[in-house]
Design a binder for this molecule. Structure first.
Ligand code: CO8
Length: 371
C-alpha cells in the first residue's frame, strides 16, 4: 500500500464577470418584457406576473457578489437568457476539455510534473458536454497522459468523490499518478429566467494531482482518509436526459430540464447531514484540532453553520475561507478553489478537511495533513 498525497492543484477562471447589479438589471428587463407580452393574461388572472429580482436579496440570502461565466452576452440579453457558445467541430477540443486542460496544466506545474507522468484522468463534474466519448479521454489525449480516463458525476460532490476514487487507486498501486479535474459550466444548465435561482451559479474548472507521497517533488498534503455518503432526494433535480425526445410532449425547453431546487429544504436538510458527516469522519480519525475547512461554496450562512458545528466555535478568520462571493456556486469545483487558494500557509502536521455536498443528496470529505 502507498500513501496518497495531493501534490498540486489549479484553477481556471473565465475572464468574463457578471455582477449582481448587471444580472438583476437584465433579469428585470426580461421580466418587464414578459409581463408586457402577457399583459392580458395577467390582467385576467390566468398568469402571474414575473416578479423583479434584487441585488440586496441575492447578497443577503447567499453572500454572492458576482460570478465568472464563459459568455455573459447571451446570459444578459433579455431575449436570450443563456450563454452563447460557438458550436465546435468534432475534430477540435470541447469547451470542457479546454477549461480542464488549463486547470490541469496549472496543477501539474505546481506538482512539478508533465501530462505524460499521469496515468489516470477522472473528469468529475455535474454535467458532461456530450454523452460519449468520455470527456476525460479527450482531456487525457490533450494532456498527453498515459493509462486510462473516465467521467463521473455526483453533482456538487463530484470532486471529492473523484479524489476518493483516485486516492484509493494510488493507495493500492493500480495507478501511480492521477489527476481529478472539474470543469463546471454551470451557466449552461442554470435557469437564468427564474429569480429564485438565477444568481446561484458560475463557471470555473479546478484540478487536483494525486500521487504517492514518496514521489512528491515539493510540498504536499497527505490524504489521510476520505468518506463519501449519499441519500436520495428530489430537492435538487434536473430532468434533462437522453430520453427527452421519446416523450409524447416533444418539448425540450421545459422548466424541469434546467436546474431546479427547493433551496429552503436543501438548506435545512443538508446542513445537519454535512456537519454530522464531517464530525464522524474527524472522530474516526481521532482528529480534534482541524485547522482549515475548505467547504462547498453554495451559501455563506450554510458554511457559517457548518463551520461552527464542526469547529465547536465560530471559525477564526481564514480557518474556513469562502470564495463564493467572487465565484458564486461552481458546483463541485467550489471546495477545490478554496483549497487551491487558501492552503499554502498550513504548517507541517496541521490537518484540514475538504468537504463538498449537494444534489443526490451527496456529501464527500477528504482529510488531509500538511507534510
Ligand atoms: N430577488 C428578490 N426576491 C427573491 C429572489 C430574488 N432573486 N429570489 C427569491 N426571492 C423571494 C422568494 O420568492 C421568497 O418570497 P416569499 O417569501 O414572498 O415567498 C423570498 O424571497 C425568500 O425566498 P427563499 O425562501 O427561496 O430564500 P432563501 O432565504 O431560502 O434563500 C437560497 C434562497 C439562497 C437558494 C437558499 O435557500 C440556499 O442557498 N439554499 C441552499 C441551496 C444549496 O445549497 N443548493 C445546492 C445546490 S448546488 C448542487 O447540488 C449542484 C447541482 C448541480 C449543479 C447545477 C448547476 C446549474
Amino acid at each position: 500500500m502507498f500513501q496518497p498525497a495531493i501534490t498540486g492543484s489549479g484553477v481556471f477562471t473565465p475572464d468574463q464577470v457578471i455582477t449582481n447589479d448587471e444580472l438583476v438589471e437584465s433579469f428585470n428587463a426580461y421580466a418587464d418584457k414578459m409581463n408586457a407580452q402577457n399583459a392580458d393574461a395577467i390582467a385576467a388572472g390566468d398568469m402571474d406576473p414575473v416578479p423583479h429580482s434584487s441585488s440586496e436579496f441575492i447578497f443577503k440570502a447567499s453572500g454572492i457578489e458576482q460570478r465568472h461565466v464563459l459568455d455573459k452576452s447571451g446570459v444578459l440579453d433579455p431575449d436570450v437568457m443563456h450563454p452563447l457558445l460557438r458550436q465546435r467541430g468534432d475534430d477540435e477540443p470541447g469547451v470542457m476539455t479546454e477549461m480542464a486542460v488549463d486547470a490541469c496544466t496549472k496543477a501539474l506545474t505546481q506538482a512539478g510534473l508533465e501530462g505524460s507522468d499521469i496515468d489516470l484522468v477522472i473528469c468529475a463534474a455535474s454535467n458532461m458536454e456530450r454523452a460519449y466519448p468520455a470527456v476525460a479521454i479527450e482531456i487525457q489525449q490533450d494532456l498527453g497522459a498515459q493509462g486510462f480516463a473516465f467521467d463521473m458525476n455526483v453533482a456538487c460532490s463530484s470532486a471529492t468523490f473523484g479524489i476518493q476514487a483516485a486516492a484509493d487507486m494510488v493507495r493500492s498501486g493500480s495507478v501511480r499518478r492521477a489527476i481529478v479535474v472539474n470543469p463546471e459550466i454551470c451557466s449552461g444548465h442554470l435557469e437564468w429566467r427564474d429569480r429564485d435561482c438565477h444568481f446561484i451559479f458560475g463557471d470555473v474548472a479546478t484540478a487536483t494531482v494525486i500521487e504517492r507521497s514518496e514521489d512528491a517533488k515539493g510540498d504536499y498534503f497527505e490524504i489521510i482518509s476520505t468518506r463519501c455518503a449519499t441519500k436520495f432526494s428530489n430537492n435538487i433535480r434536473n430532468n434533462l436526459g437522453f430520453l427527452r425526445r421519446s416523450r409524447p410532449d416533444g418539448v425540450d425547453d421545459r422548466r424541469d430540464m434546467q436546474f431546479m431546487q427547493n433551496g429552503r429544504k436543501v438548506f435545512k436538510e443538508v446542513v445537519p447531514m454535512v456537519s454530522a458527516h464531517m464530525l464522524s469522519h474527524l472522530e474516526a480519525e481521532g482528529v480534534s484540532d482541524v485547522r482549515r475547512l475548505w467547504l462547498h461554496q453554495a451559501n455563506k450562512s450554510m458554511n457559517d453553520f457548518i463551520g461552527k458545528k464542526v469547529m465547536g466555535r465560530t471559525p477564526e478568520t481564514g480557518e474556513q475561507p469562502n470564495i463564493l462571493q467572487d465565484y458564486a456556486n461552481t458546483s463541485s469545483a467550489g471546495s477545490i478553489i478554496a483549497f487551491s487558494k487558501f492552503s499554502d500557509d498550513l504548517q507541517p502536521g496541521e490537518y484540514g478537511m475538504i468537504c463538498s455536498f449537494g444534489a443526490g443528496y451527496s456529501v464527500g470529505s477528504v482529510l488531509v495533513r500538511r507534510h
